[in-house]
Design a protein around this ligand. Structure first.
Ligand code: SF4
Ligand code: SF4
Length: 424
C-alpha cells in the first residue's frame, strides 16, 4: 500500500492502533482470497481496492471535500443514495465487519449488542477507519433497537440524521416512507447547499440502477453450473459496491461479468459441477467478514447466492426512471426501497417468498440461515424461515456467529455435518 500516514494523521486517526489493522488485513485477505485457484482476472481490480482499502477511496473522498462537497456515511440499504448523489454529495457505506473494531464498541455498548453495531461504533470511537472519520454526516435509521441507540452515541462525535423506517408495509406506511425521503432530501440539500433538481435526480437514479444491473449480471452468472466465480469473490464485489464510486464500480463489475460469461460459454467453472450449491441468508456480511463463505468453500461447497443486504437485497428491484416531477421520482424511490425485505418489518413474508424463489433460480441444494450474535430480529425470524424451507423440502440450518475466530472450528463442524446431509 502507498504511504497514506499523513492523510490518516490529518484525519485524527490513532496511527499506532491502525497500523495493527494494516498489518492484519493483508494476511487475512491473502489466506482467504489469494489461496483460491482459477480466479477470474477481472478480480484484479477488486483485489487492488482491498489492498488500498484505507487509501485510494479516502483520498478521493477528501478531494471531493476540498472541492466543497460533502460525504455521507450510511449503514443500511434502505437509505436512498440517489438523493445524496443528486445533491452533489457522496454516499459511502460504513458498516463495520471486523472483529478489530468490536472492542472499541464494547467500551460504550452493552456486551449483548450485535457485532455489526459494536464494530461500527468502535471504528469511529477508536479512530481506526478513515471512512468513519471522513464522513461529514452519518445517516442512521430506525431499523433495530441497537442501532437506534448507537446513533445517539455517535451523534456526540459527528452529526447523525436518522431516517424513520416504517416497521410495516401498509399503504399508510408507504406514504410515511415517502415523507421520510422528502425530509432526507431537505436535510441533504441544506447540508450540501445544493438543490436536488429533477435532472440531477434522474441522472443519479440511472447511475445507481446501472450499478444494480451490473450486480444482477454478476449474480446471473452464478446461476450457472459449474459456477464461474466463487461465492467469496462475489461477496467481495458486493461489499466493495457499498463504497466505491458507482460508475467505476459498474464498469469494473461489467468487465468481470464479460469474463464470467465467456467461462460459462466454455463450460468452465471454479468448482466441479457436482459441488453442493449453497444459499446464505440472514444478517449482512460487511467487509471484511468473509468467515462463513470461507468455511463453506474450503469444506467442499460453493456459495451461489446471498439473500442478504450484502447480496440480493442490495440490487434487486430497480427504481422506475420515468418520473416527470421530483415528487414522482420520490414516489418511485420509496416504492423501490420499500420492496426490500428486512426482518425489521412485521410481517416480513416477502423475504420467505424471495428465499423460495432464489432457491429455484440458483438451483440451490441447501440454505444456511446465519445471524450475527445478539440480532434478535433475524434470529427470531429464523424460526419462520426454517418452517417455510422445511415445508418446501429445502435442507437448511440456522447458525449464529460473530466476527471472532473463536468459533471457526465449531462452525466448520456444523457446516460439514450439513454438507454430509446434502450428499445423502
Ligand atoms: S439487515 Fe435490515 S437493518 Fe441491516 S442493513 Fe439490511 S435492511 Fe438495513
Ligand atoms: S444485524 Fe441485527 S442487530 Fe445487528 S444491526 Fe443488523 S438488524 Fe440490528
Amino acid at each position: 500500500m502507498a504511504d497514506y500516514r499523513k492523510m490518516w494523521s490529518d484525519l485524527g486517526m490513532d496511527l499506532e492502533k491502525h497500523d495493527l489493522l494494516c498489518q492484519a488485513l493483508p494476511e487475512a485477505f491473502g489466506a482467504v482470497y489469494m489461496s483460491q485457484e482459477n480466479r477470474p482476472e477481472g478480480m484484479d481490480f477488486f483485489n487492488f481496492v482491498v489492498s488500498e482499502i484505507h487509501g485510494v477511496r479516502p483520498v478521493e473522498l477528501i478531494e471531493h471535500q476540498k472541492n466543497g462537497g460533502k460525504v455521507f456515511g450510511t449503514f443500511c440499504v434502505y437509505v436512498p443514495d440517489e438523493i445524496i448523489f443528486a445533491a452533489g454529495g457522496i454516499a459511502t457505506g460504513l458498516c463495520g465487519g471486523s472483529q478489530f473494531w468490536v472492542g472499541g464498541g464494547e467500551k460504550v455498548l452493552p456486551a449483548n449488542t450485535c457485532p455489526l453495531i459494536k464494530a461500527s461504533v468502535g471504528a469511529r470511537l477508536d479512530g481506526t477507519c478513515p471512512f468513519f472519520k471522513i464522513a461529514d454526516m452519518y445517516i442512521g435509521e430506525t431499523t433495530c433497537d441497537g442501532k437506534k441507540k448507537a446513533w445517539e452515541i455517535l451523534n456526540q462525535e459527528v452529526p447523525v440524521y436518522v431516517m424513520d423506517i416504517p416497521q410495516m408495509k401498509r399503504e399508510k406506511d408507504l406514504l410515511a416512507w415517502e415523507d421520510e425521503i422528502r425530509a432526507l432530501l431537505e436535510i441533504v440539500e441544506k447540508f450540501t447547499g445544493h438543490k436536488v433538481t429533477l435532472e440531477a435526480l434522474a441522472e443519479k437514479i440511472k447511475v445507481l440502477n446501472e450499478k444494480r444491473q451490473a450486480l444482477a449480471r454478476l449474480y446471473n452468472a452464478r446461476k450457472h453450473s459449474p459456477v464461474p466465480i466463487s461465492g467469496k469473490d462475489a461477496l467481495l464485489v458486493t461489499q466493495i459496491a457499498f463504497y466505491d464510486d458507482p460508475v467505476r464500480f459498474a464498469a469494473q463489475t461489467n468487465k468481470l461479468c464479460a469474463e464470467l460469461e465467456q467461462r460459462i460459454a466454455a463450460g468452465e467453472g471454479v468448482f466441479p459441477a457436482d459441488t453442493p450449491r449453497i444459499l446464505i441468508t440472514g444478517t449482512p456480511m460487511a467487509i471484511p467478514n468473509w468467515k462463513l463463505h470461507h468455511i463453506l468453500e474450503t469444506s467442499g461447497a460453493v456459495v451461489v447466492v446471498e439473500e442478504l443486504c450484502t447480496g440480493t437485497r442490495y440490487f434487486e428491484n430497480l427504481v422506475d426512471e420515468s418520473g416527470k416531477t421530483l415528487d414522482e421520482q420520490i414516489k418511485a424511490l420509496a416504492a423501490r426501497y420499500m420492496k426490500t425485505n428486512c426482518a425489521c418489518f412485521t410481517p416480513n413474508t416477502g423475504r420467505i417468498d424471495d428465499l423460495l424463489r432464489l432457491v429455484k433460480e440458483y438451483k440451490v441444494d441447501g440454505v444456511i440461515d446465519c445471524s450475527l450474535q445478539f440480532c434478535g430480529l433475524y434470529s427470531t425470524e429464523g424460526y419462520l424461515v426454517q418452517q417455510a424451507l422445511n415445508k418446501a423440502g429445502v435442507p437448511n440450518i440456522h447458525l449464529e456467529t460473530d466476527y471472532s475466530e473463536q468459533d471457526m472450528e465449531q462452525l466448520r463442524t456444523r457446516v460439514q455435518a450439513f454438507l454430509e446431509i446434502l450428499k445423502q
